[in-house]
Design a binder for this molecule. Sequence first.
Ligand SMILES: Cc1ncc(COP(=O)(O)O)c(C=O)c1O
Length: 420
Amino acid sequence: MSTLAIKGGTPVINRPLGKAWPIWGDLERQYLSEVLESGIWWRGGYPEDDLANCKVACFEQAFAEYQDARFGVAVTNGTTALECALKALGIRSGDEVIVPAATFVASATAVLLVNAIPIIVDIDPATYQLSPAAVEAAITSRTVGILPVHYGGYPCDMDALNAIAEQHGLFVLEDCAHAHGTIYQGRKLGARGNMGTFSLQMGKTMTSGEGGIILTNDEDLAAKAFSFHHIGRMPGRPFYEFHIVASNLRMTEWQGAVALAQLSRLDEQANVRDANARHLEDGLRDIPGVAPIERVPGLDRWNFYFYHWRFLKDEWPAGVTRDKFMAACGAEGLGLHLGHLHPIYQNPLFVDRNFGPVAYPPGQEPPDYSKVWCPEAERILAEEGVAMSHAVFLGEPDEIDLMLDVVRKVREHADDLIDL
Ligand SMILES: Cc1ncc(COP(=O)(O)O)c(C=O)c1O
């Protein structure tokens, strides 16, 4: 029997898997060149009633339609998209917004940046998504909204979260930074609650280097988001008339050009990722000691930023940990990481209460985050979760077979990991 690579044997995989990211071509070149030669490099250069050649406006419309939403407002990045949406939703100083423990920190810092308070709650161990039960338990008289993150592109339980929101009069703002193109219950994400936001930062499954977009089905919220991203201008009002205190979060035409071209690639790439992920899931089910995250009914296409699966500690010999397993897989050429599984409240920002210029009404300060404890998020980080990046799934199905060969080999040599 061959030796584990971590013990000096030959690795199963000796080439990079998937595709190098980002992927671009002639369409990006064409659109960028059109922007260059137009001489109009910003969205504000186009009158609001004549946007046919404005790349940002074309992207807003095309992406909103693609995600099954009515309105889109493109902005500088996914963090400012959240801030802008929160402002449009009417957030006030001291308001509480419920966010999950497993996400990128921006889901919560965006809440702090508008003087509101993120209340960080646990995830559902079956899906790694915001737990509706934990949300219900965290609601207080100061709660104004729920911020579900479709973590890793897997859909949150939107029916349950929307029902809770309706019962308590809360808004739902979906953070879809990982979920472009995921299809759940026959529709895409981003307008399943009141508003949704996306990041187009370079690692994401469609990118303009940096960038973001806000979606909604609500015309009034769309107009507010437009105003908050455009220094307080109002659609249909004179250009030098300002209605609210607001920043400049406009996406440039360069970003609009690249985002529009990238959108044309998204569907095909999402199909390849999803098919390869299903292949991996089938294989993982047959190997003792590991398991996929099973798909909820209605998850028709999972387009993920990080793809998570599980190491089942109790099915391995004593002394074999998830971290040893990851190291052994890495040596075989299968790179595994932890995605954004570190519970966000463990960051110094929260533990040390480094809230910077953010000010709260007396008696309405954020909780002592050093006391927050989300047992499932902590357990999954410590011993169970593993993640892989989306571009690794853009190759041929035989690459998935190689991934499974690695996991099988490490499993067959489980005893060799005990003394690692
Ligand atoms: C879940 C989540 N929300 C928000 C963001 C922020 O997006 P951006 O980096 O574009 O500001 C990210 C970025 O990784 C993210 O992963």
